[in-house]
Design a protein around this ligand. Sequence first.
Ligand code: ADP
Ligand code: ZN
Ligand code: ZN
Length: 745
Amino acid sequence: MGEKYADVIVDISHDKVDRPFRYRIPAELTGKVEAGVKVHVPFGKGNKELTGYVVGLFDSADYPEDKIKDICGVDDKDTTVEGTLINIAYWMKSHYGSTMITALKTVLPVKQKFKQLEKKKVVRLYDRDEIEKLILDYEKKRRNAGVRVLKALLDEEMLPYALIREKLNVSQSTLAALEKQNVIKIETEKYYRNPVKPISQRDTAKPLSDGQRRIVEDVINDYKNGKTGTYLIHGITGSGKTEVYLGIIEEMIKMGKQAIVLIPEIALTYQTLLRFYKRFGDRVSVMNSRLSGGEKYDQMERAKNGELDVIIGPRSALFTPFKDPGIIIIDEEHESSYKSENMPKYHARETAIQLAEIKGASVVLGSATPSLEAYYRADMGQYRLYKLNERLTGGSLPKVYTVDLREELKAGNRSIFSRKLKELIEMRLFSKEQIMLFINRRGYAGFISCRACGHVMKCPHCDVSLSEHRGGKLVCHYCGYEEMKPPGCPVCGSKYLMGFRAGTEQIEEAVHKEFPTAVTLRMDADSTKSKESYEKILSAFADGKADILVGTQMIVKGHDFPNVTLVGILAADLSLNQNDYRAGERTFQLLTQAAGRAGRGDKAGEVVIQTYQPEHYSIVHAANQDYEGFYAEEILYRELLMYPPAAHMLAVLVISAKEDEGEYITRRFSELIKQRFSDNKELYIIGPAQASLSKLNDMYRHVIYFKHKDYEKLVMIKDMLEAYSKEENLKYQNILYDFDPVNIY
Ligand code: ADP
Ligand code: ZN
Ligand code: ZN
């Protein structure tokens, strides 16, 4: 409080929106001017009065005191919803890097207006007896259309206009005549497009377990005491997290607050939505990419008008214009889809926490395998941590076998199925139980490992795996380190040093060869181009139309298959050896989730993890379903190498038409920052290097990474590079900033 200056962005339709302007806060407005508040300011040469939003408060002026203008007034009556969103856009712009206009486009509801839908209905004004009399009269006069309408209205007070016109084949003039006689009235009603089909079934709350109740009570009591914050629920699938969310939301609704529930799009199944609808009825709505523009627009309108209490959706649902949200829930908090792939590359978790701070709301995160970020913050005491350890619907944890593929090779088995997996598949085919075979296609772009000893070729500087390029070059995509692929394994000398190349199609073929009677279904990005085919494959499998479902990571989420008692993970190393620092975390998550698919029903499940590195901590801890054990080792690695969350990382990607341009710019970036930070020992610069995807759409991609414990230092670096790019007029190159990236470039 007591700041004397404010940054204001003027009217969002104005093209000068990209940068805020600093104004003086006159004494009489002190205390009234806060971030997000709507103000009136003089603008330009003529001092034309414009409206704007305050996006920051400062103690000092950024240019000569005598040129700074005063804010004229504060608009108290502003609905602040827009103000909040503008505020968050400004935060995103400064925190993640993008232009103000792009940030505003990300947070503000669809600009395009959609016409409000209208429905006409026919309301009966006569009572039943009068209608009956009139029918007799009309029958005599052979006014058949009129008779049809009247008969239909005998038992109904009102009917849809369209139904009468089309189904009863009644003309407009017949209805007009009836209206003139005051028999009926034609009314027009406006209504919103609603993606939710009305359901009459309702659910009431289940009596919560002690563990569940404690979380709900803590969150609500804290909130009532004005203590908002972030809560992390670490609970295995089926441990009752969703029931906790429902409990918290119910209490929030009682207090007149709204709730935002984020769910990864892929897990946004009808079953999940149904639970919310049954609990909260038509005051719940959904946002997702399948909605039409009009549907999206109307959900935003409903939220603004106070017709909704709960919105469920992916990342972007965060920006639902609620007046007074009390709680933001992020389910499956670890999912990488919470990070935006477009500028600004915001993370829904951090943005939700920022939004909650502005609005005085709390945030609840839930996951069976929390992200290192979330768990680290909980460990540091920034989030409150809760554990739910039991499955409430019974079903035991599966038995996990780890198979060492090196031993298979030694024993002369070159098939992609280990002997153990083969034996278990045969048993399931015999007992008519179902099997899921899982391969992680993501790491497909070639790491190199030894089939005999499991040794993986890694960068000596970054400890991530090297990628094979054409011509036998092995390249690190963080720092640019290169070496030629050796003729044999540097550890054991075996000549089986190669990439693992098996996609879902090859696996399906191999299944047919080994198990000719098995019926298979396949699910990957190719077989699920449309949303319907995704649902179709899953429901066919759920209906028992196949014995084996072969798929990528898509199959480990969503749907429950009670008859699946065996899950095979064909090559756990594929995700383990991805060329980035999150490989271990991703592998642990994938294996834990995949293993969790087995034995959801009454029958116990078994899981086979095939790997060349059975001793790797991600695999050992996943097999033991031991998150804490995994976390303890993974966080050491991150601390040692200064990777997030132990430190922060900024990736700067330069996309240019000419290869040497990108090379030059990233080198200049590196030199510039080295010079400015010459006395700062805590900054680490990696690269510049060619990006892993070094050319896309004929554009060259170069990347440079900065690591620092202090996030704000990285923001400074971004600002410096932005200023430099402007000075050097680098407008033909696309320069992208990504803070704490989830994927490498
Ligand atoms: P999660 O979100 O952690 O996967 P859910 O909330 O979906 O867990 O709960 C798993 C199952 O247990 C659901 O079928 C749910 O209806 C049931 N369940 C949750 N809480 C309770 C409870 N307190 N009493 C009885 N059943 C519960
Ligand atoms: Zn070897
Ligand atoms: Zn390297």
